[in-house]
Design a protein. Sequence first.
Length: 363
Amino acid sequence: MRTLRITPLPILIISFLFMLIPILSYLATADFYFLSIWQVGNVFSKMEYIQILVLVSSLFVSIGILFRKKAGYYAFFTLAGILILYNVWLLTSSFFGKSFHVAGFPLTRQDVIMNFSLTLFLLGSIYYFLNQEISAPYFSPDSRGWRRNPRETIPLSFQLKFQSSTFAGKTINLSKSGAMVPVIKSFEFEPGEEGEVEIEFEDRDGREYKGVFRCMLIRIDEIDFLPGERQIGLRFLSDTTTNESKIQLSYFLEERYSPRYVVSTQVQFGERGFEEYKDQLANISAEGLYLNTNIHYPTGKDIYIRIPTLSGNIDLEARVSWSNPKGEFGKQQGFGVQIVLNRNPIRFRIWLLRVRTQKLHTR
């Protein structure tokens, strides 16, 4: 059975480099002390504790990045912090006349300064690529690298056609240049193949519009918490029909789709009343909001939400539009809702205006 999980080349390269760090360090130590590489205990006994810590951390970073896990991303930051602090300590100590050896090699003050500079440069370069290939597409809705169009998490109805096969559902996220959509496990197409996707949204006049986009399959990933489905990334191509649909979609995303604003405040919510649970509000728009919480409801469930403000409570009746129990799709664990009834509309508008003027707009 072939694997359809496509790993970007920068991730493979960075993971390989971190895997090389312990291997090369081990071989260099064994060679310097004229030890056989099979004398594992003797080789490690010649290493300093910080060196062993870096070697072990590098393995965790390599594996985590390769499998694109959050733990790998955070392990990289931990390792970077350790290396930077260690280099600061080396640099500071060198000015007080202290001498150092790493794997038996003596370090001069010039070596320490050069090593510190090189460490900062390499860590900065690696962070840049990780931020493109891991952080953005997996932990945030922002554009990554060469993709300048921000993705919006909008569940719009779509119908996807590849050759004689048809798939339908709700989009996971969407931008002016592409979309991420769910498909069934038996989806058998490969990246690079072209198809057509029809997406329903509102046009300039607020009427239902079916945009037709020629598209190319660019990535396929497993959805961890939906065993029977995969998610695929589509890039919109250019032709007469697609270009017109792109214009309408751009207008929808910029004008008709309510912009979201980041706001971190504790709200009350529940299925039977306002005070069942308390958790953090992540972002909000005039039409809906997203809650960071480990409480989950099925799509379509009606709930109550209370937002405390300086002017008083804002009570909302809302309907769950999508649930995200595993923290996928660039968002933390939680769920998104559509506002059905606003019991305090004037207070809500004033509060939302304050949020907007604080320039916390996510786009």
